[in-house]
Ligand binder design. Structure first.
Ligand code: ZN
Length: 305
């Protein structure tokens, strides 16, 4: 197209000299950022502070103590009860995203430590079918909640999802109830749930465990909401305010506890986990050294020496 126009010389030179993928265009400020500089800065734009999305693997590497992560339930595979075919059969789509992301499903779960404090963790992979909540994602979250309850370690979930996985139909919607119940049982047991809402946190995930955290943190600029703004405007027949469904707007309106820049996320979580009294030594569990909001009269006791 338009190849009858003389091409500016500098453009041709630039195209020859810059290997593909060396620069990343920031979607907010439109500046070109050197990829390595972006990676060094935790994928936060050095010009405007825009938080680019992180993979589940990068997210866990950012937050957890090096070498502390032990993956759990990595072998769960989705079924295809509907024999669902859109542009391609569902199993083929799953296989393709496995190749593309190197992850088996849209969430990676396990255990690890943050600044020495133990936690059960889960990080959603938005690159895997939009981080959609299917039966495997739901099951892994429910099992993580159960594991957190058994160990009495806080559960930290990094959320990034477009919503339910339509290829699994109703089974996908059921995961909202399943995860909600699992984290409610965690709350009943007095074990903390910390959710970190990353860009984007929408649909069925926003409507279930994401907003059930005892502490709900979000990353700056993250899109957070249930339905898209156009659907809401058409339904309520009103214009939505500026910045609607951003982390900052939600903080202002009392939906979040904090918006934490990525560079401070690890230290913030470390502080929260220590407050939640996660025993660093698993052997200490059950000795009374734990208990986030646990029904207790220990407040009257002198602090341990
Ligand atoms: Zn930028």
């Amino acid at each position: 197209m338009l190849n009858w126009l003389p091409r500016p010389k500098h453009a041709a030179a630039a195209r020859r000299d810059i290997p593909a993928g060396l620069w990343v265009k920031c979607p907010r400020c439109a500046n070109l950022v050197y990829r390595k500089e972006l990676e060094r800065g935790l994928r936060v734009c050095p010009r405007c502070g825009f938080h680019h999305r992180l993979s589940a693997q990068d997210r866990l590497a950012l937050v957890l103590d090096r070498g502390s992560f032990v993956e759990t339930d990595g072998d769960l595979e989705p079924q295809d009860p509907l024999g669902f075919v859109d542009e391609q059969p569902y199993p083929a789509r799953v296989a393709e995203y496995r190749r593309r992301t190197g992850q088996a499903e849209a969430i990676v779960t396990g255990t690890g430590t943050v600044e020495g404090a133990r936690a059960v963790v889960g990080a959603m992979e938005f690159g895997f079918m939009g981080g959609s909540l299917g039966s495997v994602v739901g099951e892994k979250i429910a099992r993580s909640a159960d594991r957190a309850r058994d160990h009495r370690w806080p559960l930290v979930l990094f959320v990034a999802s477009g919503g339910a996985r339509m290829q699994e139909g109703t089974l996908s919607l059921l995961q909202m109830a399943k995860t909600s119940v699992a984290v409610a049982r965690l709350a009943d047991a007095g074990v903390a749930l910390v959710t970190v809402l990353c860009d984007p946190t929408t649909g069925g995930v926003a409507a279930s465990f994401a907003f059930q955290g005892d502490i709900i943190i979000a990353e700056p600029g993250a899109l957070i909401g249930f339905a898209g703004p156009r659907v809401i405007e058409q339904t309520i027949r009103q214009k939505l305010p500026d910045g609607f469904q951003t982390a900052e707007f939600l903080l202002q309106h009392g939906f979040l506890d904090a918006v934490v820049p990525r560079a401070e996320l690890r230290a913030t979580l470390g502080r929260i986990l220590r407050l939640a009294n996660a025993p660093a030594d698993p052997g200490a569990a059950g000795t009374g050294a734990q208990g986030w909001g646990e029904p207790t009269d220990r407040a009257d006791e002198p602090p341990p020496a």
